[in-house]
Design a protein around this ligand. Structure first.
Ligand code: EPZ
Length: 425
């Protein structure tokens, strides 16, 4: 197991390029189950989670090949297999995205129930509700979701839950509905850029999806889909993480190959804490000279502030003058980073789904333990500015969603290296 060792105190400067979005690539790869024709996903990032999907798809009869240029070629060679096994699904919740396309195309699926995760319960009741509305019979047997559908027929459904829309739930129902008879309306559909991206990939495959990017998706079922070549959107969470890296270190970083329009809520909050932001068609520059000011953040479904940047932004707020309130409205328990940031001298008090962050003069480097992907990124950011050395352990979490993060940060001047962690977990 590896750890990242960071010597804090360098203001980051320069340009960094972000890859394509993990949370687009995963459902898009799952969508390749919907056709027997070859598909090509261009510039797919080399991430642990993508690797997991590339192990699940062959178990479902899909040949997958990674080309030297980074694209992934897929082709379905056997449509009999329908089981996504526990051993693979348990390592990545997004594996549940194969449920919709399996039932859409093969009319049956056996997918391990994904269960909870370190940041609390992660139900899939809305996925199941939407699939049932399309005529899918569903049951839970031995820890598996067992799905069968004689006929799939379009339906109108409301997919909102207590915390708003569901991202992968919308993806699953959308992928089943494209091959259903008739018209489907998904009300309260997720509008995240990654869902828009999946919908565009399906359109490139011959699907008829209208209302993309709005809370009402209208899907006219078609009989067959064909292969497609597609480049997913840039990763807005990776981009946001580098912008926060610039802000926390008092640096000046230009994030290239990104989409500023997907980052509006983040840009607005970076300005609120005192950063200067410039944007171009496909880049965002973040610079900070003065002190950081406290600011509140509230996570919300897109286009609100993303929960996937809450931890990183909290690391930033630990050094702001004044008191900031972080309100987590998507995952009320997504605060594992709080205790580890406290080990670095941050002053944070948790009250249910709120964290109250009182700015401190400086952070102090420490050995810390990463508990999930975005929490790990927050600890790395804190380490970049902390006095002395920070060791972020269990970095396999970070490798799930950031490609070569230490190389990209080192290129911006950070003193960071990856080492084997002899103490293991
Ligand atoms: C997606 O997870 C992302 N994962 C997550 O990214 C992200 O944090 C999350 O959306 C929110 O933006 C992928 O895209 C692969 P949800 P997902 O269903 O789809 C509740 C990362 O770090 N809910 O939109 O699983 C749920 O509990 C990650 O890259 C139900 O109640 O999230 C939550 O409160 C982690 N019933 C809210 O909805 C359901 O059936 C939103 O969850 C489904 C969800």
């Amino acid at each position: 197991m590896d750890k990242l060792v960071i010597e804090g105190g360098v203001s980051l400067r320069g340009d960094v390029r972000v890859g394509t979005a993990k949370n687009s690539v995963l459902p898009i790869l799952a969508a390749t189950l919907l056709t027997r024709e070859p598909c090509r996903i261009v510039d797919a990032p080399r991430l642990r989670d993508v690797g997991t999907m590339l192990r699940i798809l062959p178990a479902l009869g899909v040949e997958c090949e990674r080309d030297a240029d980074g694209s992934i070629a897929t082709r379905v060679v056997d449509e009999r297999a329908c089981e996504a096994p526990y051993e693979l699904v348990k390592t990545m919740r997004a594996s549940v995205c194969v449920l919709g396309p399996l039932v859409g195309r093969r009319r049956r699926a056996r997918v391990s129930f994904p269960g909870g995760c370190v940041f609390g319960p992660r139900p899939i009741d809305l996925h199941l509700k939407g699939l049932r509305a399309l005529g899918v019979e569903l049951d839970i047997e031995a820890g598996y979701i067992v799905a069968r559908a004689e006929n799939l027929r379009g339906a109108s459904m409301y997919l909102g839950g207590a915390f708003g829309p569901t991202v992968t739930g919308t993806a699953n129902v959308l992928m089943a509905a494209v091959l259903a008879d008739g018209v489907t309306h998904i009300h309260m559909a997720a509008c995240e850029p990654e869902i828009q991206d999946l919908a565009r990939f399906l359109v490139a495959m011959g699907a008829d999806v209208r209302g993309i990017g709005t809370p009402v998706l209208e899907i006219h079922g078609v009989a067959e889909l064909h292969g497609a070549t597609y480049r997913p959107v840039p990763d807005r969470i990776e981009a946001g993480t580098f912008l926060v890296a610039a802000a926390i270190t008092g640096g000046n970083v230009t994030v290239r190959d990104c989409r500023p329009e997907d980052l509006l809520a983040v840009i607005e909050r970076l300005e609120a804490v005192g950063c200067g932001i410039e944007t171009g068609a496909d880049w965002v520059r973040c610079a900070r000279r003065g002190r950081l000011r406290a600011a509140d953040i509230t996570t919300l479904p897109y286009p609100g502030f993303p929960t996937d940047l809450q931890a990183q932004f909290m690391a930033l707020l630990t050094l702001a003058d004044g008191v900031s309130v972080v309100t987590e409205k998507i995952y009320p328990e997504r605060f594992m980073h709080v205790a580890e940031l406290a080990r670095m001298r941050a002053r944070i008090r948790r009250e249910q789904h709120l964290a109250i962050v009182e700015g401190t003069e400086y952070l102090s480097g420490a050995p810390v333990l990463a508990s999930d992907l975005r929490a790990s990124a927050a600890l790395v950011l804190a380490g970049l500015v902390a006095e002395g050395e920070t060791q972020v352990r269990r970095v396999y979490h970070i490798d799930r969603g950031y490609e070569r993060i230490e190389e990209k940060l080192a290129h911006l001047g950070a003193r960071i290296r990856r080492e084997e962690d002899e103490e293991g977990a």
